[in-house]
Design a protein around this ligand. Sequence first.
Ligand code: SAM
Length: 256
Amino acid sequence: MSTYQIPKLTLVGAGPGAEDLITLRGIKALQGADVVLYDALVNPTLLEHAKPEALKVYVGKRRQALRYTQEQINTLIVDLAFTHGHVVRLKGGDPHVFGRGNEELQYADSYNIDTEFIPGISSAIGVAGLAGIPVTQRGISESVWVVTGTTREGTLSDDVLQAARSNATVVILMGVHRLDEIVEIFKKEGKAGTAIAVIQNGSLPGEQYVLGTVDTIATLVAAKNMAAPAIMVVGEVVRQHSRFQLEQIAQAHLIY
Ligand SMILES: C[S@@+](CC[C@H](N)C(=O)[O-])C[C@H]1O[C@@H](n2cnc3c(N)ncnc32)[C@H](O)[C@@H]1O
């Protein structure tokens, strides 16, 4: 005889990758989960916090063979909440930063399923900080813009141009494959000499980064064969990185 489980959805931010960058509240939610649905950018070791009998379902969009659409994920959450009880939806970084997290909360809510949100450390801020770059600093940058390099239509967001025109630190997610386009935008705004960092796999063992200027960054990224997941940080705060000056001297001798 099966016991009735109260349906619930908890949307949890897993942080940027390292297993100890999730919140304590997030771990507690995992411990109480009957089902965990997790994404490609979630560290799989986090699943060990869930009960052995909890159902664990990978719904990431990176391994093409197992691709779920957003609509299928929404339906799965609702179905599993009614059949199994507490669904924890674990997403990389913070689910509300380019994570489509609210769509899942709203969908579950439309079925009168109880929902809870547990934020996570977004790669936009956390990966930069972990790499030694503060996204704002008194006297250097008064604001930070977090922009997507890839919109719903698959194009570069117009906001990149608006951001390039501002004095803000600009953090671009999902943009490394459009680096050339992004570089051109900043150059047109007279920012060829502005400092820029690209950080891949932040907080993970495979982390790598490059520090350059808008002018040099494409060469540096190509030399290290960098790809997603990576963030770009554009702005003078990048010069606060302890190796920035040293790297510029080294590059001046190696590249040019
Ligand atoms: C769909 S967005 C999700 C962002 C996530 N919600 C967050 O707050 O970090 C995925 C993008 O986040 C960035 N990203 C996520 N984790 C990262 C990491 N560990 N290192 C560098 N970039 C990362 C990359 O730009 C990646 O393409």
